[in-house]
Ligand binder design. Structure first.
Ligand code: FE2
Ligand code: FE2
Length: 170
């Protein structure tokens, strides 16, 4: 396992992205409901922690330093993912749409990760260019991440807090 100590913010967040991509890959190849559910739950945990540390620490630090449109889209994309994560958490592999939900989540995340990592104009590139202190942010992200993993493993992933959504009735 890569050394997670003293990673700068971008290295830490990118490593999270790679972890989740690997898990999605494993899900695609897995057979057996138990195995699939285990991987899906790991995906949900990783993504929930990742989204929360970005929203608590990294995105606020980007405020005013990156294109506002891009930052707002990031929050909206997170909320879309949180809804699917809650759906996947609430269900199981015997649900008719379980695999489809995991697949759509992986596609949404793939798009979102591209927006964050895109060279030159991606969120991370813009934040770096703006001179954010990535070492200090990396420390904060790592500390909060460890705390949340502990907490979520103990008491489960909490109900998603949606940052951008209005109440809708369907
Ligand atoms: Fe991210
Ligand atoms: Fe994100």
């Amino acid at each position: 396992m890569a050394d997670t100590k003293n990673q700068d913010a971008i290295a830490l967040l990118k490593q999270d992205h790679r972890t989740v991509e690997e898990l999605f890959e494993q899900f695609e190849q897995a057979s057996g409901d138990g195995r699939k559910q285990k991987i899906a739950e790991q995906i949900c945990l990783e993504l929930s922690v990742h989204a929360q540390i970005e929203e608590e620490i990294f995105y606020p630090a980007c405020e005013g330093k990156v294109e506002e449109d891009l930052l707002q889209e990031s929050y909206v994309e997170h909320d879309g993912a949180k809804v699917l994560i809650a759906e996947i958490e609430a269900g199981g592999p015997d649900d008719e749409y379980y695999d489809a939900k995991v697949k759509v989540l992986s596609e949404e995340i793939e798009h979102h990760v591209q927006e964050e990592e895109k060279r030159m104009e991606g969120l991370f590139a813009q934040a770096k260019k703006a001179g954010l202190d990535m070492d200090a942010l990396g420390e904060q992200l790592a500390a909060r991440k460890a705390e949340l993993i502990e907490q979520f493993k103990l008491s489960g992933i909490p109900e998603p807090k949606l940052t951008t959504m209005n109440e809708v009735s369907i």
